[in-house]
Design a protein around this ligand. Structure first.
Ligand SMILES: Cc1ncc(COP(=O)(O)O)c(C=O)c1O
Length: 417
């Protein structure tokens, strides 16, 4: 390598190391630990600690119903690998669509009682590509977005190039005010049913009422609800009897269904338009048949089986009550995501490290945005597979860690509450 080429390379390396250092300085550097889940032993996992492998109990997995290890799901995946191979072999337009994927889309449409559904390679892509395409297809569209919407929705909205207004989290008066101010302009209201960080639930009925009054389109992200809430796992809108009033439902197959992939469900005409207009559909390989088969098995299983959701609801309620009794700052709610207010992100990380090394409990801090360093939570995801002893052990360990660290931030009601 010549001297000037070497100097150029060093300069480039500096860009990257400065970027990482900046994240370290503002305490947003991301480092994940090495954890392997153990088939058949969920929620245990092996943590590859600096001292060697150790069993830990996982409290931060999206796989809250244990579907990723369910024999029907694993069996469907293995069978399909054997007769269809590992990959899809191409993008849908260029290579054709495998039967499993079409069956999965039909199953998802049926789950949400919509005319059609369209798969993407993840929930993130479904929002980033799908939401942006929907907004772009509506002339002069104004996107009104809840301030706590997931990053994938924010990306979809900014990629759409449409005018955007952010409404204060779950604040119906503010939403109405924006709709009034923008009357006459086509609007799309984008929100989540259960918010990923806080576990807050959206006032879906009132949002649908406002949408009807002002003629707005509703786009509901059900990522944290599908598989868990509503009859057969059809989500929060279904549970509230409102699915037919939601124009577009977005979901993921990577959380309660334990697999991978994301989707948009809605009217056939919308899905047809998205097929030609959403870049995340055309210019990428299709979901592999084994993954489609596994997701199909998970959806079908949860349409029939209710014990997993019932156990999860019981465990979440028991844990929430135990944490409140122990005097910990639990964000109010009733769903299966439980958040404890810590405040300082560095302290939240240190608390998680202590829970892992001293109590063999694996959970991670979370915040609404990478920049929110003073509003960090410990986000707990109980599952249908945790038992009473594990629930008690978690409450005791958290109480001890709270005594040790004494975080000063407590739950702060949002303006809307
Ligand atoms: C609310 C919400 N939307 C979208 C996603 C992204 O889904 P996926 O993991 O399938 O990309 C997540 C995942 O954490 C989520 O919580």
């Amino acid at each position: 390598m010549t001297e000037s080429a070497f100097a150029g390379r060093m300069r480039h390396e500096k860009f990257f190391s400065c970027a990482a250092d900046k994240r370290r300085d503002d305490l947003n550097y991301r480092a994940s630990i090495s954890v392997e889940r153990i088939p058949g032993r969920f929620p245990y996992a092996t943590w590859h600690s600096p001292e060697g492998p150790r069993d830990v109990v996982v409290w931060c997995s999206n796989d809250q119903l244990g579907m990723s290890q369910h024999p029907k799901v694993v069996g469907a995946m293995v069978q399909t690998v054997l007769h269809a191979g590992a990959g899809a072999g191409g993008a849908r337009d260029t290579c054709g669509t495998n039967r499993m994927l079409l069956d999965l889309e039909a199953e998802i449409a049926d789950l949400h009682r919509k005319q059609a559904a369209m798969l993407f390679t993840s929930g993130y892509i479904a929002n980033a590509a799908g939401l942006s395409a929907v907004a772009r297809l509506v002339p002069r569209c104004l996107v009104i977005s809840d301030e706590h919407n997931h990053h994938s929705m924010i990306e979809g909205i900014s990629k759409s190039g449409c005018k955007k207004r952010i409404w204060r989290h779950n604040d119906l008066e503010h939403l109405e005010q924006i709709l009034r101010e923008e009357r006459g302009r086509p609007a799309l209201i984008a929100f989540e049913s259960i918010y990923a960080i806080s576990g807050d639930v959206a006032p879906i009925r009132q949002i649908c009422d406002l949408a009807r009054r002002f003629g707005a389109i509703t786009y509901l992200n059900e990522a944290n609800a599908v598989g868990i809430c509503g009859a057969g796992g059809a989500g929060m809108a279904e549970r509230e009897g409102l699915a037919s009033r939601i124009d577009i439902i977005e979901g993921t197959l990577a959380q309660a269904y334990g697999c991978l992939g994301g989707y948009i469900a809605g009217r056939a005409v919308l899905v047809d338009a998205l097929r030609t207009h959403a870049p995340g559909y055309a210019f990428t390989n299709a979901l592999p048949p084994p993954l489609c088969a596994a997701s199909l098995a998970a959806i079908r299983h949860l349409k029939e089986s209710s014990w997993e959701c019932e156990r999860l609801a019981q465990n979440a309620a028991t844990l929430r009550a135990g944490l409140i009794k122990a005097g910990l700052p639990v964000r109010p709610g009733q769903e299966h995501i439980i958040s404890l207010a810590v405040g300082d992100i560095a302290m939240a990380r240190a608390m998680c490290n202590a829970l892992l090394s001293d109590f063999s409990l694996h959970l991670r801090p979370a915040g609404h945005s990478a920049a929110a360093r003073d509003t960090a939570y410990l986000r707990i995801l109980p599952s249908s597979h945790h038992d009473k002893t594990m629930l008690t052990a978690l409450v005791n360990a958290l109480a001890e860690v709270w005594r040790r660290f004494e975080p000063s931030w407590s739950y702060q009601p949002d303006a809307a509450e």
